[in-house]
Structure formats: C-alpha cells, structure tokens
Design a protein around this ligand. Structure first.
Ligand code: AMP
Length: 213
C-alpha cells in the first residue's frame, strides 16, 4: 500500500502514521523527522534546513525531493510506504509522480485529515517532545506521568521552536498558501479520501482503516 497523509500541522499525521505503519507493515517516511535527525546530527542538510524550520517556513523543494528520492530506495519501502509531511507543494507532488513512475509504481490514496485552525493551535502549542527519545506528550491531553520529564526514558520534555504560537500561525498560513492546493490536485486524480480528524485518534484510525479494509 502506498499512501500520502495530507493535512495541516497538528492534524495528527505523525500519530496516525505510527499505527498505520504497524498495521499494514509499510515504511513510515516523515520528512519532518528526517530533517530533525539531520539538524540534531548537524549534517550539511540539517544546517541548511534549520533556519527554515525554526521560522515555520518550508525547506526548499530541491533539498526535500532528493532526500525523499534517496529514502524511497530503501528496501523497507518494498511492501509500501506512508508519506507524512510530503509532498507539501505542487512542485513536490509533481516530483513525486515522476519518481514513482520511474520506479514503475503508483499511489493508492491521499488521505486528508481535516481539522479546524483552533484545534491545530490547541494541539501544537501544548505539545511537548522528549529530547532523548522523541516521544510526544501534551500538557493537557496527554501529560507525562513524570511531569516535565519523559515517562518512558526520563529525558527532558521541551517545546519545539516551531510549536510556539506565532510560529504555528505562520505554519498554518504556509499550509493554506502552499500545501492546500494539493487537495484539488489529488481530488482531480481520484485519489483523495477525506477523514474528520477532530475526532479522537482511535476513531480517526478506525475511519482510515475503513477506507482500506
Ligand atoms: P513537520 O514535522 O512535518 O511539521 O515538519 C517540520 C518542518 O520541517 C516544517 O515546518 C518545514 O520547515 C520542514 N518540512 C518538513 N517536510 C517538508 C516538506 N515536504 N517540504 C518543505 N519543508 C518541509
């Protein structure tokens, strides 16, 4: 199965992707996670991407496209993959189509997780991430049993620079300007599936599973 997860930041793409990848034994490819790994290890890509990420802007298409191209060659993609956070521009979507046709494969669906702007702000501004293992908590909806430390590994919980409210608003406007045209793009290809992502994450997973049986 080859899927794209679409939707604004905070729609729950990462959370759903973690479960879907297990359920269907496919690779989870999150461009945001790959970029954050590169920032953490201070690779040339990470150093270049950081300034864009911290301010809520998109990293230039050429960097992202070659990163995904490399990732899709990994053997774990043979069974299928789930793209989370990519494509984010029409240009990236065109590049993806070209990549897939070179590999002789095609997409099964683009799943759009629909949520309101207020839900995005509430979810992201309360999100806390573990510095050591990357586990995700929420000050209100999913607090850590160890307070400001990760209940899994004891690492310090921090707020990502791009989860601060002014940056969230910027990321939302970037989403509407640059990413939301992909809704029509995939609709016209007959690939778009809409899911109400205001619901609890368990319900959203059920709705997604119903799409694929
Ligand atoms: P995410 O975790 O998917 O919200 O991504 C965090 C940040 O990484 C975004 O705000 C962008 O700066 C950058 N990023 C992730 N994926 C892409 C992409 N496909 N195109 C451009 N920038 C991206």
């Amino acid at each position: 199965m080859r899927l794209i997860l679409l939707g604004p930041p905070g729609a729950g793409k990462g959370t759903q992707a973690e479960v879907i990848k297990e359920k269907y034994s496919i690779a989870h490819i999150s461009t945001g996670d790959i970029l954050r790994e590169n920032v953490k290890s201070a690779t040339p890509l990470g150093l270049e991407a950081k300034q864009f990420m911290d301010s809520g802007k998109l990293v230039p298409d050429d960097l992202i496209v070659s990163m995904v191209k490399d990732r899709l060659k990994n053997p774990d993609c043979i069974n299928g993959f789930l793209l989370d956070g990519f494509p984010r521009t029409v240009n990236q979507a065109d590049a993806l189509e070209k990549m897939l046709s070179e590999l002789g494969i095609s997409l099964d669906a683009a799943v759009l997780l629909e949520v309101s702007d207020q839900t995005v702000v509430d979810r992201l501004s309360g999100r806390r991430t573990c510095k050591l293992c990357g586990a995700i908590f929420h000050v209100k909806f999913r607090p850590s049993a160890k307070g400001t430390q990760c209940e899994k590994c004891g690492g310090v919980l921090y707020q990502r620079d791009d989860d601060k409210e002014d940056v969230i608003r910027r990321r939302l406007s970037v989403y509407y300007e640059q990413t939301s045209p992909l809704i029509k793009y995939y609709e016209e290809k007959g690939l778009l599936k809409r899911v109400d992502a205001e619901k609890s994450s368990d319900t959203v997973l059920t709705l997604i599973s119903e799409l694929f049986g």
